[in-house]
Design a protein around this ligand. Structure first.
Ligand code: NDP
Length: 483
């Protein structure tokens, strides 16, 4: 380490000096190309050590690029402390077998994951995703993002994420229960109210959390807040179901207001029709905006009269059916099949786009269409739904852009409020939780806004959120020594 440090410093100095003497005009370029910075080294290390995990690389790249300005101001210290290597390496990664028996008596085997990424500021906290696309790289990208998101909430929660390639879609309730019980029979050893508190995510709703909680309690014989997103009759928090979608809109409204724009009267496109999307649509409509699209993995709806939330909830939450049923029941709605038409909701002319389905669902082509159609703002409800190229395109074209780790933090923030209520053995009213949620989202926006002004450039909420989230975590990591 000492040798490396000694070798790097003079070399960098020499390059600068030579460039300055010979060609002052190209000084900047010469320094840039000659010197590999600590950020570059760590990104290369992440790619080399985590092959075939593109989503994880993408999440790390986005964060490290934003942190460059902070890291490079004190590069030698961060390098000596191995700070970025520690930040990008999970504290613990659990991979396990999840065997269960289907309704035909056939044994099925799924992969289970829990990545406990960083506990510097609190117990690991993050959802469990149940979807066939789940693999270690996806869980790591989500866990890494969660560190900064949780920090931004201002609450004492570390970063983690988990899940399985199990698909609850099309399974009977008994099959879902068999899977959830098997999953927790392994995971229970590593979680606990003060250790790691998982929650819902794609495919993990109230039903799945209930089955998991029941099995945890049965094995451990303790009644503790080990999972969030619980039902109201057994320790859940009012407003947790609505929190991510509502929080997204509280954030978006504040962001627009700060930029001198009113949300009321605007037209919005939402993608997805799950937990985040449904409550984002509901709150957008309550705040006076009109949402004209939603989607699922097979198709999308254009409803120029505005999405009927009650009908959407009936189709998705009660019947667990496809969006074709929404279109069949609503004369103003048009259904578009994604596969046969090759289209998606981003081609509709709107003022605000709210991607609320899944990662990388809004690419450069989509961004170009939205910008050409005059979009004003994009706020991410899902985790990393916008590709790096699309994000850059929005920012280069002056579109107000809110990164998910800030704008969708309402879910985890309310999960942390659920943990507080469980510890107190008290339940707060809907209005109390909702008011706290709104306050948290407004604060997150202003923290990201301030950090953007101080360290990056005004209005760059991607950099602002990453830097604000990082500063608290790094302070705690440095205080706790090399662990
Ligand atoms: P749900 O499972 O409730 O809904 C997901 C929605 O996205 C469904 O409409 C689903 O369609 C669609 N979708 C899922 N995967 C794909 C895919 N590969 N391609 C196209 N559409 C897809 O999940 P949530 O609403 O809870 O989560 C949505 C996003 O928000 C995720 O990125 C999640 O990580 C993030 N998030 C969720 C939080 C929460 O509190 N729930 C908190 C913070 C972030 P279909 O039903 O056809 O699969």
């Amino acid at each position: 380490m000492a040798t490396k440090k000694a070798a790097t410093k003079p070399a960098a100095k020499k390059t600068t000096k030579t460039a300055a003497t010979k060609a002052p005009a190209t000084k900047k370029t010469a320094v840039k190309t000659a010197k590999k910075t600590y950020v570059d080294e760590v990104y290369e290390r992440v790619v080399a050590q985590n092959p075939a995990q593109p989503e994880f690389h993408q999440a790390v790249k986005e964060v490290l690029e934003s942190l460059r300005v902070v890291i490079e101001a004190d590069e030698e210290k961060f390098r000596r402390d191995g700070l970025l290597e520690r930040l990008t390496t999970p504290e613990r990664q659990l991979l396990f077998r999840v065997p269960w028996v289907d309704d035909k008596g056939q044994v099925q085997v799924n992969n289970g994951y829990r990545v406990q990424f960083n506990s510097a500021i609190g117990p690991y906290k993050g959802g469990l995703r149940l979807h066939p696309s789940v693999n270690l790289g996806i869980i790591k990208f989500l866990g890494f993002e969660q560190i900064f998101k949780n920090s931004l909430t201002g609450l004492p929660i570390g970063g983690g994420k988990g899940g399985s390639d199990f698909d609850p879609k099309g399974k009977s309730d008994r099959e879902v229960m068999a899977f959830c019980q098997s999953f927790i029979t392994e995971l229970y050893k590593y979680i606990g109210a003060d250790t790691d508190v998982p929650a819902g995510d794609i495919g993990t709703g109230a039903r799945e959390i209930g089955f998991m909680y029941g099995q945890y309690k049965r094995i451990r014989n303790v009644y503790e807040g080990v999972l969030t997103g619980k039902g109201l009759s057994y320790g859940g928090s009012l407003a947790r179901t609505e929190a991510t979608g509502y929080g997204l809109l509280y954030f978006t409204e504040e962001m627009l207001k700060t930029n001198g724009i009113a949300l009321a009267g605007k037209t919005c496109a939402v993608s997805g029709s799950g937990n985040v999307a449904i409550y984002a649509i509901q709150k957008a409509e309550q705040l006076g905006a009109k949402v004209v699209t939603c989607s699922d993995s097979t198709g999308w709806i254009y409803d120029p009269e505005g999405i009927d939330v009650a009908l959407l909830k009936e189709v998705k939450e009660v019947k667990r059916a496809r969006l074709t049923e929404y279109a069949a029941a609503r004369p103003s709605a048009q259904y578009h099949d994604k596969k046969t038409e090759g289209t998606n909701q981003w081609e509709i002319k709107v003022d605000v786009a709210l991607p609320c389905a899944t990662q990388n669902e809004l690419n450069l082509d989509d961004a170009k269409k939205l910008v050409a159609n005059g979009v004003i703002a994009v706020a991410e409800g899902a985790n990393m739904p916008t590709t790096l190229e699309a994000t850059k395109y929005f920012q280069d074209n002056g579109i107000i852009f809110a990164p998910g780790k800030a704008s969708n933090a309402g879910g985890v923030a309310t999960s942390a409020l659920e943990m507080s209520q469980n510890s107190e053995r008290l339940s707060w009213t809907f209005e109390e939780v909702d008011a706290k949620l709104k306050n948290i989202m407004v604060n997150i926006f202003h923290n990201a806004d301030e950090a953007a002004k101080k360290y990056a450039k005004p209005g760059d909420y991607v950099a602002g959120a990453n830097i604000a989230g990082f500063l608290k975590v790094v302070d705690a990591m440095q205080a706790q020594g090399i662990v």
